[in-house]
Design a protein around this ligand. Structure first.
Ligand SMILES: *Cc1c(COP(=O)(O)O)cnc(C)c1O
Length: 466
C-alpha cells in the first residue's frame, strides 16, 4: 500500500475509531501502525514492514498467522454454513469441539457452555455457581440460597463486564465503577515481590493461605465460589504464584464446600508449558473458563466447562424454572468452533506442547541476562509467558513516575526494531505464539534487551547515569 493510502487510513482511524484500553488523546497525536497481513509469527503493516508478534495479538495466537490448517477449516465451514443458533438447534462443529475439549480438560469437567469472549466465560461460571447453590439438593442450609457471594484475589483480572469486574481488583480498571459492582471477599494473592505483609517468600506464602482460610472459615456459609487465575495472574502483571498455592486453594475450597472457578482465559492452550495451567498442580476446578487461545487466535469464541454434578442441579421440569436462562446470540458459532477444532488438531499433530520445552528453557536463559540490567526490578516467567517489571530503583523497588510511561516507551522503541509488544503499566509482557522458533526468541529478547537499556539510559528523570 502506498504511503498516501496509509496516511488516509490512519486519519480515518483517528476520525472514526475508539480503541480499547487506549487514551485516545495520545493515540490522536502519534503515528499508528495499521496491520494489513500476517504470516507465521509476523505481522505486516500497510507499509510492508514486518514485525514479530511478541504478544500473540493480545495473547490469542497459538500456531502463527495464516496457519494453513485453520485457514482451510474455516473456509470449508463457510461452504457449509457460517452460523446457526444453539438455542433449540444443534450444529456439527460445536458438538465435535465439545467432545474434544472434555477430552483434554482436567478430570471431571464434562459439560461445555459456549460464549464469545473471556468476560462472558467468567460471567457464565459466576452465574452457574450462584444458581447452583439455589438449586442444589442434599444440603438444606446451603440450598436455602445463602451462598451468594464470591471470593476472589487481590490484583486479579477476569474481564471488563460488571460481573467479571466485581471479582477483579486492578484499581485503574475498576475503581471508578465500584458503586456498581457487587461486593466480593478479597483474599491476598501471593504477590511475593510486593508483599504487603511479609517481604520474604515462604512467610508471605503462608500468610496468604492463612488469610484465605480465615475468610473461608468465617464466611463459607455465604460463599458460592472462589475464582482464580491459576498459576499466573495475567493482566495483573504476569504474577506467578509460588508452587503449591493453587493446590492448597483447591483443597480449602473442597474442605469448606466452595466451588472453584479456574479462569484460564489467558493461561489455557499451552501458554504455561502445559495445555492448562491447572495441570501443573494436578488440580481439577469445578468450572474452567476458556477463551483467548481457543480458536488459535482466529475468531471470538469462549467456553465454560463444568462438572456433571453442577449440570445435574439445573435439571428438572420446565415449570421448576431450574433452566440456566443465559445465552449469547452467537453461542457456539460454527466458524469459531471449526477454527477451534483445527487448533486442537494441530496441537495433536505437531506435538505442540512437547516441543515447547527447549523454547521455554531458552527464554529462561535469556531472561536471566536481562535481570542484570539496571532497571529490571523483577523478571517472572512460566512457560512462554513472561513479564519484566521495570523500576526506578532496584533496591527499594521504587516505581517510575506513571507520567514517564516507561513501559510504553520501551514497546514503542521495540517497533523500530521490528517487534510488537505491549506493556502492562511498567511491566513488559512477553507472550509469543507457541509456534515461535528459538531463533525468533533470540531475536525478540535481543531487541527487548537493547530497548530496556536504551530507554532506561535515555530517560533523564529515570535517574540514568547515577
Ligand atoms: C483477557 C482475560 C479475560 C477477558 O477476556 P475477554 O475476551 O477480553 O473478555 C478474562 N480473564 C483473563 C484471565 C484474561 O486474561
Amino acid at each position: 500500500m502506498t504511503k498516501r493510502k496509509t496516511s488516509i487510513l490512519a486519519n480515518l482511524d483517528k476520525k472514526f475509531l475508539w480503541h480499547p484500553f487506549t487514551q485516545m488523546k495520545e493515540w490522536g497525536m502519534q503515528d499508528n501502525l495499521i496491520i494489513e497481513r500476517g504470516k507465521g509469527n509476523y505481522l505486516i503493516d500497510t507499509n510492508g514492514r514486518k514485525y514479530l508478534d511478541g504478544v500473540s495479538s493480545l495473547w490469542v495466537n497459538i500456531h502463527g498467522h495464516r496457519k494453513k490448517e485453520i485457514d482451510s477449516a474455516i473456509k470449508k465451514q463457510i461452504d457449509k454454513i457460517s452460523h446457526s443458533t444453539l438455542l433449540g438447534l444443534g450444529n456439527i462443529p460445536s458438538i465435535k469441539l465439545a467432545e474434544k475439549l472434555v477430552k483434554i480438560a482436567p478430570k471431571g469437567l464434562t459439560k461445555v457452555f459456549y460464549s464469545d469472549n473471556g468476560s462472558t466465560a467468567v460471567e457464565i461460571a459466576l452465574k452457574m455457581a450462584f444458581q447452583y447453590w439455589k438449586q442444589a439438593i442434599g444440603n438444606r442450609q446451603e440450598a436455602m440460597g445463602k451462598k451468594t457471594k464470591f471470593v476472589a484475589f487481590t490484583n486479579a483480572y477476569h474481564g471488563d463486564t460488571f460481573g467479571s469486574m466485581s471479582v477483579g481488583e486492578i484499581d485503574v480498571f475498576v475503581k471508578k465503577y465500584k458503586p456498581l459492582l457487587f461486593p466480593t471477599f478479597k483474599a491476598f494473592y501471593p504477590y511475593c515481590y510486593r508483599c504487603p505483609i511479609n517481604k520474604t517468600y515462604p512467610d508471605c506464602k503462608i500468610s496468604c493461605i492463612k488469610r484465605f482460610e480465615e475468610i473461608l472459615k468465617s464466611h463459607h456459609n455465604e460463599i458460592a465460589a472462589c475464582i482464580i487465575e491459576p498459576i499466573i495472574q495475567g493482566a495483573g502483571g504476569i504474577i506467578v504464584s509460588p508452587p503449591g498455592f493453587l493446590k492448597k486453594v483447591r483443597q480449602l475450597c473442597t474442605k469448606y464446600k466452595i466451588l472453584l472457578i479456574a479462569d484460564e482465559v489467558a493461561t489455557g492452550f499451552g501458554r504455561t508449558g502445559k495445555m492448562f495451567a491447572c495441570e501443573h498442580e494436578n488440580v481439577s476446578p469445578d468450572f474452567l473458563c476458556l477463551a483467548k487461545g481457543i480458536t488459535g487466535g482466529y475468531l471470538p469464541l469462549a467456553a465454560t466447562l463444568t462438572t456433571q454434578k453442577i449440570y445435574n442441579a439445573f435439571l428438572g421440569e420446565y415449570k421448576d424454572l431450574k433452566t440456566f436462562f443465559h445465552g449469547h446470540t452467537y453461542t457456539g458459532n460454527p466458524l469459531g468452533c471449526a477454527a477451534a477444532i483445527a487448533n486442537l488438531e494441530i496441537f495433536e499433530k505437531e506435538k505442540t506442547i512437547q516441543r515447547l520445552e527447549p523454547k521455554i528453557k531458552l527464554l529462561t536463559q535469556l531472561l536471566k541476562r536481562l535481570k542484570n540490567l539496571p532497571y529490571a526490578g523483577d523478571v517472572r516467567q512460566k512457560g512462554l509467558m513472561a513479564g519484566i517489571e521495570l523500576v526506578k530503583d532496584k533496591k527499594t523497588k521504587k516505581a517510575f513516575p506513571m507520567e514517564l510511561r516507561i513501559g510504553s516507551k520501551i514497546c514503542m522503541e521495540a517497533r523500530k526494531h521490528g517487534l510488537i509488544i505491549r506493556p502492562l503499566g511498567d511491566t513488559i509482557v512477553i507472550m509469543p505464539p507457541l509456534s515461535i522458533t528459538t531463533d525468533e526468541i533470540r531475536k525478540m529478547m535481543d531487541i527487548i534487551y537493547r530497548c530496556v537499556e536504551f530507554v532506561g539510559g535515555n530517560c533523564p528523570s529515570a535517574g540514568a547515569g547515577l
